[in-house]
Design a protein around this ligand. Sequence first.
Ligand code: PMP
Length: 348
Amino acid sequence: MSKWEDNVRKVVPYTPGEQPKIKNIIKLNTNENPYPPSPLVRETAIDMDDLKLYPDPAADLLVSAIAGYHGVDKNRVFVGVGSDDVLAMSFLAFFNSDKPILFPDVTYSFYDVWANLFRIPFTDLPLDDDFCIVPEDYERENGGVIFPNPNAPTGRKLELSKVRQIIEANRDVVVIVDEAYVDFGAESALPLTDEYDNLLVVRTFSKSRSMAGIRIGYAIGQEKLIKYLSDVKYSFNSYTMNRPSIVLGAASIKDDAYFKETIEKVVATRERTTKELEALGFKVLPSKANFVFASHDKKPAKEIFAAARERGIILRYFDKPRIDNFLRITIGTDEQMDEFIAFLKEFI
Ligand code: PMP
């Protein structure tokens, strides 16, 4: 190693799901929505001449649209480049203690990456045997708490009363609820942000709004929390949201009918797929997300993953303790799921 390498911040990066260049694949690996964004987004013009100018650093058009949608004041909304950006900023802003932050042992695998990047100590708390979060475990000294609801990659939801229990036990630290998948069936903690000044709820346009490619995420909390978050963001990069994202994101918010219709379709396909997988001998965790987490008692997940890939069906497999015999399967269109089930019938 060269001497200068001693001074390098060394990190083990997050591994995102594959984004294959091959055409005609069935892509069930990164929890995107199989349906396109609202037609209103397609019809919204982008003024190309405006691209010569920096965007509004406060992304007011988008922030106002989100605030209006959720019925909160504008100063309670923070936007970022995908919820990954919002979460990274939140780790930097709020998890600034020598005590470990807490999150589940099986959860979004970016949390420990950010913790390591920012040198934040952490403790991961085991989910129970049914892969549920145990609220009582979060009643210990810590430097902050974060968990997704529904959890990923399990898809399991946590009842709002239990979310409240975790917040109640942690009034001296910031609690972040990552609601990337909440629109597909869990109860949101957003109303609790009126009550608790230490609660931050993080959302994304990537899943239920079919806009993973535009990169919009947001957080809602009380004004003081959002101000602290904005101060960190403005100390890092003022112009995170580009002009097209601001305009197209605001357009998406206007089309609530399409948003609800798309969610209903994904949920119906999820329920049907779950039954079909169970009929084929899979154990499927009850999911409230746009994916299911499933394991087969006879065929190893790794083998199914590899065979599906051969057939152009891309799933997500995590070679990690507790979950290395599970597959995370994003819910696609009915036709895509039919093809996937047909493959499984043959393979299994
Ligand atoms: N949180 C969870 C739990 C996720 O699974 C994802 C998707 N990888 C994200 C946040 C980030 O999504 P995005 O940056 O696209 O908003």
